[in-house]
Design a protein. Structure first.
Ligand code: FES
Length: 314
């Protein structure tokens, strides 16, 4: 577990849609919480040993609370079920400091937000920030049905800047080609939602400047397995074999070398490590295409090596 863990108290639980609950967390003594920016997430360390990342959805200016929303996924890996079944008002929960892999660009000419399902959560925080700056924005929000659309009442107050799409009523998924095509080239686009939506978004945005296209993944479906290679840990002066089914992080920890980590699946960014030599085979869902091409840092919980030896700053 990362050393920077906050113990917070659940102050409020609210049903936001069918299967979606929001949880408001605060310091039991009423103290201010560490600062965050729109698009940030916290890792929740659950009592059953799982670590799950959730986007903060409240206004970053509210320094007394962190709010997250959790969609119960009965076919998922167990984190959302545990939270729905166990988190109550008054419960204590351990969370990481906020971290932002999905920040808003400063001074964008316009911002177009595209959300699917529980992917609405980082967008709420972004909308609150953009409203505070009186910056132009729109949101396309797709959900399976009206009853699955979380925060619908609040979002409805923004009038025609929010376009709801209900798959059942509209007999199909959101037309991503149309959403992207009607966005000016100098606008920044952000998408958070299920994997097929993100794939459609990235496909439709392929001709746009990469610096204006931003995505946030719920989970990493890429395998972290591959061929065997070696890592040389420069500061520790250690050479380690990384087996085909092993991650660099596992090899590093097994050798007794300390390294930060949290999600262990390439979505939180905690295990970011500087590359000294060699070429990484990136498998994470944190680094942008540009950052990957720079080959300066990597997520050692899931990414591997293209070269026989990879030298890391550990
Ligand atoms: S531990 Fe979360 S990205 Fe590696």
């Amino acid at each position: 577990m990362s050393p920077a863990v906050l113990l917070l108290t659940i102050e409020r639980v609210k049903e936001e849609a069918l299967g979606v609950r929001s949880y408001t967390l605060g310091d039991a003594s009423g103290g201010e919480l560490p600062f965050f920016t729109a698009g940030a997430h916290i890792d929740c360390h659950l009592d059953n040993g799982l670590v799950r990342s959730y986007s903060l959805c409240n206004n970053p200016d509210d320094r007394l609370q962190y709010a997250i929303a959790v969609a119960r996924d009965d076919k998922g890996r167990g984190g959302s079920i545990f939270i729905h079944d166990n988190w109550r008002v008054g419960s204590q929960v351990a969370v990481s400091l906020p971290r932002n892999n999905f920040p808003l660009a400063a001074n964008a000419a316009a911002t177009v937000l595209v959300a699917g399902g529980i992917g609405i959560t980082p967008m709420l925080s972004m909308i609150r920030t953009l409203e505070g700056k009186k910056a132009p924005w729109t949101l396309a929000y797709a959900s399976r049905s009206r009853t699955h659309a979380a925060f619908r009442d609040e979002l409805s107050t923004y009038g025609d800047r929010v376009r709801f799409h209900y798959d059942d009523e509209m007999r199909g998924v959101l037309d991503m080609a149309e959403v992207v095509a009607r966005t000016d080239q100098d606008a920044h686009l952000y998408c958070c939602g299920p994997a097929p939506m993100l794939a459609a978004f990235e496909l439709q945005c392929r001709e746009r400047a990469p610096s204006t296209v931003h995505v946030e993944y719920f989970a990493n479906e890429q395998s972290s397995a591959g061929r065997q290679f070696q890592v040389y840990l420069r500061r520790s002066d250690l050479t380690l074999d990384v087996g085909a089914e092993q991650t660099i992080l596992q090899a590093v920890l097994a050798a007794g070398v300390d390294a930060p980590f949290s999600c262990m699946e390439g979505t939180c960014g905690e295990c970011v490590t500087r590359i000294v030599a060699g070429v990484a085979d990136h498998r994470d869902r944190v680094l942008t295409r540009r950052k990957r091409a720079e080959n300066k840092v990597m997520m050692i919980c899931c990414s591997r090596s293209m070269t026989d030896v990879l030298t890391l700053d550990l």
